[in-house]
Design a protein around this ligand. Sequence first.
Ligand SMILES: C[S@@+](CC[C@H](N)C(=O)[O-])C[C@H]1O[C@@H](n2cnc3c(N)ncnc32)[C@H](O)[C@@H]1O
Length: 208
Amino acid sequence: MIASYLFLRRKFNPLQVPSLPKETPGWPWGYSTQKQFLLEIGAGAGVHAIKYCQEHADQFLIALERTRKFEQLQRRLHLEKTPLPNLCAIRADAVPWVSTHVKENYLHKIFILYPNPYPKMKQRNLRWHQMPFMGFLISRLKLTGQLVLATNLLWYADEAEEYLTKVWGLKLLNRTVLKDPVKARTHFEKKYLERQETCVNLIFQRIC
Ligand SMILES: C[S@@+](CC[C@H](N)C(=O)[O-])C[C@H]1O[C@@H](n2cnc3c(N)ncnc32)[C@H](O)[C@@H]1O
């Protein structure tokens, strides 16, 4: 139970985030402005990003991954027979990258699929929905833009739902329990569904 929702809406200062390494690519200018721009944070090995872009040629996805898993994403992308001009994969930490490169009211959709849950109490400030950065991230969504969050942990889904609706003012559009490993969108989703764990997919909308 959250005692005081407004108290939990901590202010984020984009000027205080550590700067990105010099070689980190910025916003992929030069792509059609007709496209809807989407962001995936923590894209891992890129399974979702690649499939999503194959199925949504009219949308442009920027997939961010900060660890060496990015190399798997790149390898997977290079192995694709057909190039994907609507996918831009960048190795970067999402907090400074978004703070530096993403305009306000710009994104159509943001995916955060199976984020690290940081289950220990002392690490709870690292959960995406508890970070002050979340308010900034939501401000990068267009009005009516969506945030898609998936997790295999019921407590995490419940807590994220409470924060995202009550602290950050999003509207919950849909909450689904996923069961079929054949339809898994990511490596982690496949692993959890094959173990018959419950996966929860939450879709939120920016309404103000
Ligand atoms: C549990 S994995 C899930 C990967 C993938 N979404 C999947 O479902 O298979 C979480 C991923 O988020 C990435 N990640 C965590 N914090 C990040 C950040 N601040 N910026 C970019 N990636 C981040 C981690 O490196 C890790 O690859």
